[in-house]
Design a protein around this ligand. Structure first.
Ligand SMILES: [Zn+2]
Length: 241
């Protein structure tokens, strides 16, 4: 989702599998951070559901990037770790800005697709309950009812809200990669510099916005992204001097 950190390296506890022919590796830190983020949830079974929702959502997002990259004949793989993960690929021939933009956009798009599926299921269930359909009443009043509601809420929230946040023009979020490709038309100093300036300002505003909502972890993340964009900006300035 967000490649904020580099490759954490392999461990003997990595989970490896493949989806649609794309290799996936899950670093143990992914589960650990997921558990920490869900630790305010009162019940243990709900913590497990939260981690499951996070896993499915981030995997869907990375699969979006990976499938787009593979459609150009490149060989992607996915790593899930810490606060997210990344899909990487070594572009062979035919790398263009347009393709890079499409690959960056395909991640959030896959998340919005998952949101749409879950939202339809949500509407279907709500309508069943409103019409007092026995299947809907039995489902919600069963032991699994609370878990289902919790999963629907989390899947909607993660895929829509964080999908939109990830499209903010802040490097290295997906929206920032798109912004960079658009600004950096001729690989000039002014283009790259502008992309990082936009990133700095947007991340600063997002940090303030999240702080006003008392979402301090997100505020901290955007604060550090603002600083990161400032550093990128200084680096570009130096390399063109
Ligand atoms: Zn992404």
């Amino acid at each position: 989702m967000m490649q904020l950190l580099g490759d954490p390296g392999t461990t003997q506890y990595d989970l490896r599998f493949s989806v649609l022919g794309i290799p996936v590796r899950v670093h143990p830190l992914f589960w650990l951070i997921g558990l920490l983020l869900g630790s305010q949830t009162p019940e243990l079974s709900l913590v497990a559901i939260w981690v499951g929702c996070l896993f499915v959502s981030i995997l869907a997002h990375e699969l979006g990037h990976a499938l787009a990259a593979r459609s150009y004949g490149w060989h992607p793989d996915i790593v899930l770790h810490s606060f997210g993960g990344f899909a990487r690929y070594s572009p062979g021939h035919g790398y263009t800005r347009k393709r890079a933009i499409w690959i960056a956009f395909a991640g959030p798009l896959a998340g919005f697709g998952l949101f749409a599926i879950v939202y339809c299921a949500h509407l279907w269930l709500s309508e069943g309950l409103a019409n007092q359909q026995p299947w809907a009443i039995n489902l919600i009043s069963s032991n699994a009812g609370g878990g289902i509601k919790f999963a629907i809420h989390n899947l909607e929230y993660i895929n829509l809200f964080w999908g939109l946040v990830n499209l903010m023009p802040v490097f290295p979020l997906d929206g920032g990669k798109i912004c960079f490709e658009i600004c950096n038309g001729r690989g000039s100093y002014s283009g790259q510099s502008r992309a990082y300036q936009i990133g700095m300002m947007t991340a600063g505003l997002m940090a303030l916005y999240f702080a006003s909502l008392e979402m301090y972890l997100a505020a901290l993340m955007f604060g550090s992204l603002a600083y990161q964009n400032y550093q990128f900006h200084s680096q570009v300035k130096r390399s063109y001097q």
